[in-house]
Design a protein around this ligand. Structure first.
Ligand code: MRU
Length: 345
């Protein structure tokens, strides 16, 4: 796997039949790209969060399956199962893999080109959808707002301008004079390392806060809206997102601050009835037992490390998709929006 470093910024790209991705574990210190022709490297990158964010892991897995399709000895259904198993919560992953698998199965000429073309369509669609979500979501943001966001939902999470962060970038580009409070997002600091990096490049004024500061700042009137992404939206509107989102939603509702969830239709899972049915990924406790490279707990310490939590629909003010803004009760609108992009299982 050749590795090289440069200063451009392209989270994922398909070039000359190889997949190139930005290794997000090295940010913000290093902008380092990895190029591979092996789908197993893609699976590994998703597992270790070198590539992360619900839409982007779908795109990466789609290209990964396209790499697998080029080798006639590879059983494509096995490769699809391996890619799908890398992370259980974000539904975009399984959705994108199913789309590419179906395109390869349908192909009358070579399955490789058919799979690559479908992966590219998924990627291009996401870039367009991000722009639509950005416009629809920015319309909800009042001029001069301070917005609180969690995790990273920007270009690094989608390959486009992002979902929740795309809304924030769009509001900024429209001159709405927004400011951002960025949750650092423990355990892996996706906010501090990645969101701050993107906002800095974009020139959006931001300040970093520790996750534990969020509720108090919301209570003291410093936040006009909370804007987050989603890894899976159940049929009833319950949302799985980065751990800590539920706490933000409770605080926001208690203090009359709107919480907006921004996600493409591919994040809607109509076959999952509610949040309780969503599998929450539990990651290695070591991610919590250290901060950066420093292990700062007693030798015998163990940790519980859920990567996501569930925010019940009743705490969500609106769901912004590329097809428009959905208001509660969400069920009927989600059925319509999700059905438009559903891929048979
Ligand atoms: O564990 P991660 O970094 O993949 O978690 C990402 C999130 O929780 C995002 O909020 C979500 O995937 C939406 S990204 C547009």
């Amino acid at each position: 796997m050749p590795v090289h470093t440069d200063h451009s910024f392209e989270p994922i790209a398909w070039r000359g039949g190889l997949l190139r991705f930005l290794d997000q574990t090295r940010l913000p210190g290093e902008v380092c790209y990895v190029e591979t022709g092996d789908y197993r490297d893609v699976a590994d990158a998703i597992r270790r969060l070198a590539v992360r964010g619900a839409p982007l892991i779908g795109i990466a897995a789609a290209y990964g399956l396209a790499l697998a399709a080029r080798d006639w000895r590879t059983d494509l259904h096995d490769a699809a199962a391996e890619l799908t198993a890398t992370r259980p919560t974000a539904v975009n992953l399984a959705w994108a893999v199913r789309r590419v698998l179906a395109a390869a199965d349908r192909a009358t000429a070579g399955r490789g080109p058919a799979a690559a073309a479908e992966a590219r369509r998924i990627h291009e669609q996401q870039v367009e959808d991000d722009l639509r979500m950005g416009d629809a979501g920015a319309a909800l943001i009042a001029r001069g707002s301070t917005l609180l966001t969690h995790c990273n939902t920007g270009a690094l999470a989608t390959g486009g301008i992002g979902t929740a962060l795309g809304v924030i970038k769009t509001a900024h580009r429209q001159g709405k004079d927004v400011r951002v409070l960025v949750d650092e997002t423990r355990p892996l600091l996706q906010g501090a390392r990645l969101t701050a990096w993107e906002l800095e490049r974009e020139g959006v004024p931001y300040r970093l806060i520790v996750d534990a500061a969020a509720a108090g700042l919301i209570a003291s009137g410093e936040v006009q809206a909370v804007v987050v992404g989603a890894d899976r939206i159940a049929a009833n509107g319950d949302v799985a997102n980065k751990v800590g989102t539920y706490g933000l939603a409770l605080a926001a509702q208690a203090h009359g601050v709107p919480l907006y969830v921004v996600a493409p239709s591919s994040t809607i899972d109509l076959l999952t009835p509610d949040g309780a049915s969503i599998t929450i990924e539990h990651r290695d406790g070591d991610e919590v037992l250290s901060f950066g490279w420093m292990r700062d707990v007693p030798g015998g310490a163990t940790a519980l490390n859920p990567a996501f939590d569930i925010t019940p629909a009743c705490h969500i003010s609106a769901i912004v998709t590329e097809r428009g803004v959905l208001h509660p009760p969400f069920d009927a609108a989600l059925r319509e929006t999700g059905a438009a992009v559903a891929v048979p299982r």
